[in-house]
Write a protein that binds this ligand. Structure first.
Ligand SMILES: CC(C)(COP(=O)(O)OP(=O)(O)OC[C@H]1O[C@@H](n2cnc3c(N)ncnc32)[C@H](O)[C@@H]1OP(=O)(O)O)[C@@H](O)C(=O)NCCC(=O)NCCS
Length: 155
């Protein structure tokens, strides 16, 4: 397994891994559960669009785990060069490749990237109904900094 910079040809696979991976833990899916299908698209479309947004925002900071030519997962990053804060908006590993340490290696890769880019600290978030995030992130050195409640209303 190697970790490399994303290439445009990865995008469809990154979106598939995102949609499959975030089933049951995506905020947009919770919104849909609470309000029904709202807006022009469903939660899957909105979640997959994060891949486009992450690439547009920081194309040099989207890293892909690849093995034998197959994309196994990815991590996206943002750099705030004024505050020296690195952020990890999205991380997902294909279901068939989980539990092998790939998620952890992607996080370490992102943290090394932040250090190279002279960031001073990094942030990542997870939903309360995501036990893997709550185990993995503290074990990568993150400490809890707060909890947020998301509200939605139909217009
Ligand atoms: C989060 C995710 C990227 C982790 O990928 P991964 O390659 O399986 O991660 P790793 O193998 O490096 O580590 C997973 C850790 O979680 C632990 N874990 C797995 N299932 C768990 C559970 N139900 N509860 C608590 N910990 C769990 C593993 O034991 C491992 O910890 P360890 O290294 O201390 O043994 C992957 O589960 C995923 O894509 N999930 C869906 C999308 C998602 O949740 N993304 C993050 C959003 S915040």
């Amino acid at each position: 397994m190697k970790i490399r910079l994303y290439q445009p040809g990865d995008v469809d696979e990154l979106k598939r891994i995102t949609i499959e991976g975030f089933e049951g833990i995506a905020i947009d899916q919770n919104v849909e559960r609470s309000l029904g299908i709202v807006g022009a698209h469903d939660w899957r479309w909105r979640k997959a669009r994060h891949v486009d947004e992450d690439i547009a925002a920081n194309p040099d900071g989207v890293f892909v785990a690849e093995e034998a030519g197959r994309v196994l997962g990815y991590i996206s990053t943002r750099l705030d060069r004024e505050s020296h804060k690195g952020r990890i908006p999205n991380l997902a590993v294909d279901k068939t490749a989980r539990g092998r340490g790939i998620g952890r290696q992607l996080i370490e890769h992102a943290l090394d990237y932040f250090r190279r880019e002279r960031m001073a600290f990094a942030m990542i978030e997870t939903m309360v109904n995501n036990p893997v995030g709550q185990h993995l992130y503290p074990s990568c050195g993150f400490v809890e900094a707060g909890r947020q409640i998301h509200y939605a209303t139909k217009l």
